[in-house]
Design a protein around this ligand. Structure first.
Ligand SMILES: Cc1ncc(COP(=O)(O)O)c(C=O)c1O
Length: 389
């Protein structure tokens, strides 16, 4: 029998009714349309080390093409544990405490799904990475937004303390910080450690920019602070460290009890992550130089870009980590951040991202973010255009 009536998709309530087209897609589309220099999205426009491509290619040719163990290839977990011990002095058991994920994005979602029950409160510090809030919503959690101090982006520990209530399950921090390009000091981490000590609050420490800290500063991983490490999922991303954002491979280091719950979700969430990348990354990690030299690599780009921006009326905010440069636009325009970015891409031909996009309430402090993970020629082309500001 042939059914002739037109089939209709049944109506159903959205799980994420607030989520629409992000400013990142809007700006990228505008950048393409206006042939603008795209300093909006945070990814490199240059290639990775060919030795890394060779290591992955060799892994495929050697037959590493079937499912790896659920938590990740042992040699990669061991390399990650060895790196954390060498850099931060904390021993993680590669078998029970390190998991390989499909990028930091999956690591964060999985950690939230594994710990947040319906109605639990999760504190995020605004401005924050845009996946946190929808992830919390998907877990049925309640998002509690605590602002960082405007312009300086310093954590306000009194405000964080005031937001901790009996239902608080989790706090998410991020240093080096996207979008503000600031870092937390050892003193900040110690203050957080003291604040959380009498609580049962768990921590996600998003450290994807761990190898991009400038002017001789050191990355203060949660791994360095026993009271934080004991309650933390420490998240990182090979995509950021090795210029391969499209590979989507990340890591989570967490105490065994947290890792056990994490893996219960992970095994039904992705089960595991592609094998040849893991084998290749493990080989490549034997040489620490690429990640140890990354700060110097990006500091030079930061300085090149900042010197050019200093010729404009944009006011530079300090970049102490990440590959972002924030600027105060109040000397140049009365437009909102968002309208300024739309004007900039159309009329000047450079794409940037308004910081308001990283706030739950769209707070506008007249600051926009550029990404300098670009070839020098791209940065110079953008500066040439920005000179007229
Ligand atoms: C703060 C922050 N966390 C997580 C991620 C996601 O990393 P991945 O590409 O490894 O999923 C990003 C990427 O931009 C980020 O900026």
């Amino acid at each position: 029998m042939t059914v002739t009536s037109p089939a209709q998709t049944p109506a159903f309530p959205s799980k994420l009714p607030q989520v629409g087209t992000t400013i990142f897609s809007v700006m990228s589309a505008l950048a393409q349309q206006h042939q603008a220099v795209n300093l909006g999205q945070g990814f490199p426009d240059f290639g990775c080390d060919t030795a890394l491509i060779d290591a992955v290619t060799a892994a495929m040719q050697a037959g590493h093409n079937q499912y790896p163990p659920m938590p990740g290839m042992p040699q990669l977990r061991e390399a990650v544990a060895a790196k954390i011990e060498a850099l931060h002095g904390r021993q993680y058991d590669a078998n029970a405490e390190i998991t390989i994920t499909a990028g930091a994005t999956q690591a964060i979602l999985t950690a939230i799904l594994a710990t947040v029950h319906a109605g639990d409160e999760v504190i995020v510090l605004d401005p924050c990475y845009d996946s946190y809030a929808p992830n919390i919503a998907l877990a049925g959690g309640v998002i509690v937004r605590v602002p960082l101090t405007p312009i300086s982006f310093r954590p306000d520990f009194a405000k964080i303390a005031a937001a901790i209530r009996p239902k608080t399950r989790l706090l998410i921090i991020n240093s080096p910080h996207n979008p503000s390009a600031t870092i937390w000091t050892a003193d900040d981490m110690r203050q957080l450690e003291a604040l959380l000590a009498p609580t049962n609050v768990l921590l996600i420490s998003d450290e994807v920019y761990e190898h991009m800290v400038f002017d001789g500063a050191q990355h203060e991983s949660a791994a360095r602070f026993p009271g934080l490490a004991a309650r933390a999922f420490i998240v990182s991303s090979f995509g950021k460290t090795y210029h391969v954002t499209g590979w989507k491979v990340g890591t989570v280091a967490a105490p065994a009890a947290l890792t056990a719950e994490f893996r219960k979700v992970h095994q039904f969430n992705v089960f595991t992550v592609n094998t040849p990348m893991q084998v290749g990354l493990a080989t490549y990690m034997q040489n620490p130089a690429p990640y140890l030299e990354l700060s110097a690599f990006y500091q030079r780009k930061r300085d090149l870009f900042a010197q050019g921006l200093a010729q404009t009326r944009l006011k530079l905010l300090p970049t102490t980590g990440t590959y972002f440069q924030c600027v105060d636009i109040s000397g140049v325009t009365t437009l909102s951040e968002s309208d300024f970015c739309q004007w900039l891409v159309r009329e000047v031909g450079v794409a940037a991202i308004p910081l308001s996009a990283f706030y739950g309430d769209g707070f506008d402090q007249k600051v926009v973010r550029f990404c300098f993970a670009k070839q020098d020629a791209t940065l110079l082309a953008a500066l040439e255009r920005l000179r007229k500001l």
